[in-house]
Design a protein around this ligand. Sequence first.
Ligand SMILES: NC(=O)c1ccc[n+]([C@@H]2O[C@H](COP(=O)([O-])OP(=O)(O)OC[C@H]3O[C@@H](n4cnc5c(N)ncnc54)[C@H](O)[C@@H]3O)[C@@H](O)[C@H]2O)c1
Length: 256
Amino acid sequence: MSNKRLTGKTAVITGGGSGIGRAISLLFAKEGAFVHILELNTEGADSLVDEIRASGGQARAHSCDVSKQQSVLDIVDGIGTIHILVNNAGIAHVGDVEHTSEADFDRIYTVNVKGAYNLLYAVVPRMKQQGGGAILNMASIAALVGITDRFAYSTSKGAIYAMTLSIARDYLHHGIRCNSISPARVHTPFVDGFIAKNYPGQEAEMFEKLAKTQPIGRMAKPEEIASMALFLCSDEAGFITGNDYPVDGGFVKLNN
Ligand SMILES: NC(=O)c1ccc[n+]([C@@H]2O[C@H](COP(=O)([O-])OP(=O)(O)OC[C@H]3O[C@@H](n4cnc5c(N)ncnc54)[C@H](O)[C@@H]3O)[C@@H](O)[C@H]2O)c1
């Protein structure tokens, strides 16, 4: 018998073409899951699928904007049975409320909040019919403590935190577990991109500053989020639902 932790499971991972989602997709495939990656960035998703297949794993990329409900419904319909859903796709915005335009707010909300809802709307009825499943939402320490100058982003991750509780409660007796992870800063293209956009010319200095905001003195590696994701989505976590797990180098409890 296989000693892989996700043998026979089908997992849907949004935003799996880069950063944290990429690390989760690689690890889940290595542990035996068939991984379906829903991505805007088809280039990233396709190259990841090639990499997974080359090492003997099973994966498929689906070109998808998670904010478009019909596209999500069509893709989920085509996949069939789904045991694991990871709502990971997300985008960032820098600014306090006075520097958050209506367009900025709508953009963040549409991807980070409505995108997760769209997947839940499509996948939960299937899991219910199948008699269960595991759902993991990517929140952020921004949901727990608020981060300076991240009004729209923190608000969207607060919604993810509450969405996790709502799903966990409503589907407790349908065998569906729902949890979230709240990472502090993780070194991904997401972080590099926003430093380059918002602090041009000060990239190295900003990187160092952001690394030091974790009491542990560095940013997380995407693989460190993926290992928590694997545990929460595996049967070993069968008693865990309705919880958020900071993976944060001490950010929430040890700052000050
Ligand atoms: N990197 C961090 O420091 C950090 C910290 C806390 C939480 N998070 C959260 O983790 C998640 C992943 O972040 P990351 O750092 O790996 O980011 P990333 O930018 O490296 O990857 C995000 C992926 O999501 C995809 N995506 C964006 N919008 C999409 C859409 N509408 N439809 C489909 N795919 C879409 C992008 O194409 C990209 O491949 C996000 O939800 C983010 O908010 C990140």
